[in-house]
Design a protein around this ligand. Sequence first.
Ligand code: AN7
Length: 351
Amino acid sequence: MSYSGVINKYLEYLPFTEGVRPVTLLEGNTPLIEADNLRDELKAPCKIFLKFEGANPTGSFKDRGMTVAITEAVHRNAEAVICASTGNTSASAAAYAAKAGLQAFVILPKGKIAVGKLAQALIYGAKVIEIDGNFDDALRIVREIGEKTNVVIVNSINPFRIEGQKTASFEILETLGSSPTHHSLPVGNAGNITAYWKGYKEWASKKHSSLPKMLGFQAEGSAPIFHGKIIEHPETVATAIRIGNPASWKLAVQALDESKGQINIVTDSEILEAQRVIARTEGIFCEPASASSVAGLRNLLNKRYFTGKDVVVCTLTGNGLKDPDTASRGITPPLTAAPSLSEVLNLMNLN
Ligand code: AN7
């Protein structure tokens, strides 16, 4: 049977009944790539796999949750959906709302959304409202709108989002044939780490698989869970995870405790360096926030945290093409030549 999206694939694990009509863009089924070159580069004793969620239809993992949340919204006869976003949720909500024929409203922190994500929300037809505040302000407003109106919230405080996102764990378990020993991912609003852990636990209870340790990474300037306190003015180059008061804070801490994992911080320069290393060694262009998972892995490797028996999966949550500005800043610009063979050959510097 041809692939028909995460709802049809994992229906038995989702809160729908047979006969549900999924709103889908055929999300999921993303590559799990064994990163041997990266392993050599980092001199890692363990195996490393990269789950490239940038291959989803709108370029991020949010699509897994959005197909479920929008399908449910349609089922409830919603006319409109709303989200606060650092960018990817808004792109995904706008796309799935378009597919479903719903109006999407998105509330964004002005000036802090990667150019590609904003373009996506707009071209998919969402009504985009920028506020002079950060993501946490936007989410507070969205929560209030959810209470006062019939507009359905599609942030990860909507439990259907988490249900959809847990399918990434299932794919990893199916591809590897067993659980990794560790799972590394960036943490912003903390929905995804919650979703992965839920997925691993559900699979374990049905199929007796083991469980990974969850490793979460926050950007140094936006690390409320690591510091155990709300950050009023979060900052980081990884705008996707520029969040000071995560909605799923408690559930993330639970995932970290139950799995005997840990939350740590990575600096902006470690994030950007990891983004370049992933691209250069593995041919995968992820966005800065996504690279936190590998930046964090690298820091733990330096502390000799892993052994030769370990199998680590890093989720690369979003596509680097969404944020070309940030990527271009750190790299060598192109060479230039006159339109002449000799000049070009000269610059190619072959011997
Ligand atoms: C690429 O789009 O919060 O910890 O509003 O876009 O589940 O929040 C995005 C988050 C990691 C963090 N990587 O995931 C939003 C938003 C990327 C992201 C995260 C986000 P959560």
